[in-house]
Each structure stands twice: as C-alpha cells, then as structure tokens.
Design a protein around this ligand. Sequence first.
Ligand code: ATP
Length: 353
Amino acid sequence: MLDTQSVLEVLRPVQDPELQKSLVDLNMIRNVQIEGDKVSFTLVLTTPACPLREFIVEDCQNAVKQLPGVESVEVEVTAETPQQKSLPDRQSVPGIKNIIAVSSGKGGVGKSSVAVNIAVALADKGAKVGLLDADIYGPNAPNMLGLGNANVMVKQGTNGEVLEPAFNYGVKLVSMAFLIDPDQPVIWRGPMLNGIIRQFLYQVEWGELDYLIVDMPPGTGDAQLTLAQAVPMAGAVIVTTPQTVSLLDARRGLKMFQQLGVNVLGIVENMSYFIPPDLPEKKYDLFGSGGGEKTAQELNVPLLGCVPLEISLREGGDKGIPIVIAEPDSASAQALVSVAEQVAAKVSIAAFA
Ligand SMILES: Nc1ncnc2c1ncn2[C@@H]1O[C@H](COP(=O)(O)OP(=O)(O)OP(=O)(O)O)[C@@H](O)[C@H]1O
C-alpha cells in the first residue's frame, strides 16, 4: 500500500553524498503527502548553497518512482543550515550559526575579492549572510560591495548600543573602513584590532545569520588570534596565488589556524591563469600552475577551486558590483560560485562530524 511509511522506507537508502548518511535518518525528508498516484515531500538540505542539490532531488525521485502506483513525485527543496559545534571555552555569537575566516599569508592575493564574492554567492543562493571586514590594513570590502559611502548607524539595543550593518546584494556588512580614519597611520590601527573585532562580533545587530564571512588582514597576526580565541569558528579558507612565495605564506597561515584548533576548510588558488578578454579560449599561467593543488595535497586539505585572473573581476570590484552578480557566466564568477558551494558543503560536513 502507498503510504508515508512506504515512501520513507524506499527513501531510506538514499544518502546525502557529502554527509554519507541516509536522508531519512538525517531528518531531511519531511511533510510526505500522498494524493492518489502523486507523492510530494519537502527535502530539507543542510545549506541553500548545496552543490549537489539536483543530484539529491533526482536520487529521491528515482527511489520513490520505484513504488508501485506512483506516477509523479514532487520535491520541494528548502534548507536549514546547521549550527557549528560549540566549544567549551569560546562564546558563540547569538544568532550566528557559522563563522568562516577568509585569510591569506600574503597581501594582494585577492583575499577580499574572494571573501566578498563568497558572501554574495551564498546570499544569492538564499542563505542569510554577513561580512565582517576585519582587514585593518586594506578595508576594501565596502567599495567592492558598492557600499563605499555607507555609514553604520549606532542604535540602542536591548543590551546597550549596537551598530546597524550596511546592506547590499543580500549581505550585511560592517567594516574597519567605517570606523578608522583613512589618513590614520597603519601603526596606530594594530592595537585597536582586538577590541574592534570583539565589538564587531558582539555589538552589531547581525540578526540571524547562516554564515558570517570574516575578511581577515593578511598574515598570521593578532586578528587571527583574537578571532580564533574569541569565538568558535566553523572554519578558515586560505587564499593564495600559484606563486611559490605566496604558497609558502599560505602554508604558514594554514598551520597557524590548525594550531589554534580551527578547521581549515580548504585552499582557494586565485589568479590561477589569465584569460585575455579578446581571446577567451586562451589561458596563460602568469604565476605558474598547479601550486595550489600541490600545497593542498601536501597539507592534506581540500583545494576549493581555482579562480582565473580576469579583467572583469577587477572592474567589478572597482565598480562595486561583485563579479558573481555582474558577470555570472564568466569563468571567474563560476569558479567563485563553486568555491562558495564547496565552503558551504564543508561547513555542513564539519557540523555533522
Ligand atoms: N582573479 C582576479 N582577477 C583580476 N583581478 C583580481 C583577481 N583577484 C583580485 N584581483 C584584483 O587585485 C587587487 C587586489 O585584490 P584584493 O583586494 O581582493 O586582495 P587582498 O588579498 O584582499 O589584498 P589586501 O592584502 O590589500 O587586503 C584588486 O584590485 C582586485 O580587484
């Protein structure tokens, strides 16, 4: 007989490919309805940015169609992002499910571009996203998000004054740029870091967030230490170029996060190759090739993606329209969307591990 139980039984062997557990056991199949020969249910994924969404839906449909008497299968897809694991000695930020650092060993490798585009890509998929621009030396996320002239407002919250983040492309943003005088010497900014990072975590009206992406200053300094010691983190993403010097610094950064007990979600190789706009079928390895992959293998962390060097990516950053929105079909936008999906998937895996 066709009933809810038989539908769940036939779906039980279908696994979430990333978590390698039964969708039914993970409570990802809900609200099973049967009307004559029509079966419908809700598939609750662990992230709206699930890279394998279509495969999972197809697997579910194929499984249910095996039941005698079923003509059509309708799957409504939603997502509930899991909360990262808590740590006994770190205070999580209420409402924020996953804090992800985007870091690089070396400056100028495209860390902010990657952080901004990951944030926008996740928001575009339907996730609730915040971006904390903690890059005290080059806080350029506001410009890249078209919020160069934004001002954060201070308002009275339930526990004192709170900052209200700026908002664009579905992303809530606070940045060091909103607080520091751009003419202030960098040397005076360092000592402010610890306090400001904590303030940006706890005294901002973030609301409910699936992901808070933190654009870190380059290197292995105080900001990384402060963040890792203040809050439980879902993980860190390390951005590098294929060049040897950048890779050596990336390794240092990666080791530091590992020593601080932060899960390294993987490496993003940026500026992997150059695509000339007039010859899009050509590829030039300006900074060498394969370095990111080799480093990822050696250090036993995933390579989350390789983003090409494209003029339109730089232009998008300068104009305040991130490439994933401005030119979603470009090679760099597609690579960045895939990186965002990989990051989301790895965060889910860590939450269920
Ligand atoms: N894949 C790419 N293709 C073209 N231009 C890029 C690419 N990645 C980054 N850029 C450009 O390189 C410059 C530096 O990038 P970005 O600010 O993202 O780097 P960063 O590592 O955050 O730098 P900083 O160390 O100053 O914080 C920017 O002008 C950006 O638009």
